[in-house]
Design a protein around this ligand. Sequence first.
Ligand code: ATR
Length: 301
Amino acid sequence: MRDAPLTLDDLSSRERLDAGHDKPARLAVIGCPVAHSASPRMHQPALDEAGIDARYIKLHVEPGEVATAFARMRELGFIGCNVTVPHKFEAMAACSVVDPAAVEMGAVNTVRFEESATRGFNTDGPGFEAAVVEAFAIPLAGQDVLIAGAGGGAGGALAAHCARAGVRRLILANRSLDKIVALARWIEGHHPGLTIDTFRLDDPLLPDIARTCGLLVNTSSVGLKADDPSPLAATCFGVGQRVFDTIYQPPVTAFLAAAESAGAITANGASMLLHQGVHAFRLWFPGSEPTAAMRRGLASA
Ligand code: ATR
């Protein structure tokens, strides 16, 4: 299979890496697994359209090998890479410099190999904000936001970005409390003046509070399977609320279906996928305008 993931062994030399290809591999997405990644389908058309002589590859990297992968890519003159599950935390540790926003989000999803630094960023937060603006035509600043399933990596990144973007109120809800209480205190430490409330998903007080929020977001993995229930009870949703699911496959989760039934305006995570990619591309190629090519690449997949 032509676009099957490569491994660290394939990075042993330029000759081996690029054998049979017109363009040199200079960008990658690393993950474990990584075969499903949509990133090459977005980035390659944008590279081609901009006339950049580079190939974007999928690279399978086992846990514990992220630093080695970075070192090999640097040696081969890579421009940068994207980082997907489960390496977003290990990648942060393997960078020599980490953007302060990524430190707050606790994870790195984009890396730029510079002459004297391996610099880490997180474009999931900005990608989420761009998706909210595009889907709902509202700014994130000033919103009352509830994040459901905030105990994982995506929830932590989005919660930290919401604080940075200047939301008015931030409420975190999760199946278990320990992780989101720690997350809330961490974010409050960076944003004095912002109070973050935490609830268990089954807290009987949650529906009344949820209905006062203008923006509800699901960052849990509940919804990835077709028969998953909604992580929030139907009574949490109300008319005119904006409801965003970071999941894009399936396109309509039980969370979004329940929100729509209650008269909310909904969007799935497809535009977040696009915009986190756009932000990454611009970190590698400042001043570029890859959005249209990336959107077409995703749509044709
Ligand atoms: P990560 O993103 O770090 O890989 P994850 O295990 O995929 O984490 O979980 C992401 C989020 O989905 C967490 O908030 C998790 O809740 P817990 O912190 O309580 O584990 C949530 N989640 C996963 N399965 C769930 C379920 N069946 N019901 C409710 N929430 C669930």
